[in-house]
Design a protein around this ligand. Sequence first.
Ligand code: MTE
Length: 335
Amino acid sequence: MLIKRPSDIPSSEITPEAIYHARRDFMRGAMSVAALGVGVAAASNSMAAPAHVTDVDVKGPAWLTQQLAAASANKGVITDTITPYEHITGYNNFYEYGYNKTDPAEKAHVLTTNPWTVEIAGEVAKPGTFALEDLLKGIALEERVYRLRCVEAWSMVVPWVGFSLAELIQRFEPTSKAKYLAFTTLERPAEMPGQKSRFSTIDWPYREGLRMDEAMHPLTTLAVGLYGKVLPNQNGAPLRLVVPWKYGFKYIKSIVKIEFTEKQPKTTWSMLAPDEYGFYANVNPQVSHPRWSQAEERRLPSGLLKPNIIPTQLFNGYAEQVAHLYKDMDLRKFY
Ligand code: MTE
């Protein structure tokens, strides 16, 4: 953790984030200086900087680190400053580890992610259970810098490393009955203390779903990395979903099963509180949550005294790419 002023920092103590920016050099010129500057300043003086990130150099299997090293640079235009590594990995929602934002960073390191298998089931010609390594064979990883907007009205900008879910879907040859995808997280109470907690109201395992056209959209990503490195456990290692125009609860972590279904699948939050969390969960500043407005968001890092509040954008700023998916739908009804 960086707690000194930038001028005091010897090169031996440069954060992984700084190394990352220098190495990838994906924000050239003034932008890269600005991003680094904001990151360092935020880490050095922000009250919100989490103090629990210990595992900043996450180890993964050799095949994965090799694939990550070969990832191509971000192709999209980045207009937002990327959130510092310690905030992305220290302020998390992962209820399998508890309800506090710092629980995942403190507890998720115990999860065994290697070996890891993913079951592909349901309406496909080629179902089966596959080792993650085999699933990712031949897939070229890409850096994808996307905004993440949580339904709780905070947001980040995350440099994921991953690939389009569509690439994987095609391999398994969905049948004409495949209208939805249902995703399931690992259920392993021995390594996920939240799953055995008496206070938990969640019906484990965590579940999420997408409509087939949403799943096939090129922005829909399966992530295996972050900041050019292996995805930390608290962020959903070894495989998690990223759907940048939807609220963060759709981004299911630590996926062990993908089932192709004819009917809309049940999803964790819509089962728990159907009036508050819908299946679609598209980011929409005009549709309030029953208990709070969604018009604005707190972009992290955000100080207690000087909160970094910005307006929320329709479809999280990805309307041009995704609005057509919902053109005949009442977004208030299908929230
Ligand atoms: N996936 C599982 N399995 N369990 C969870 O509790 N939380 C969701 C989502 N994926 C969650 C999950 C919520 S509410 C959010 S906002 C994002 O993960 C947070 O992702 P992050 O911790 O990487 O920022």
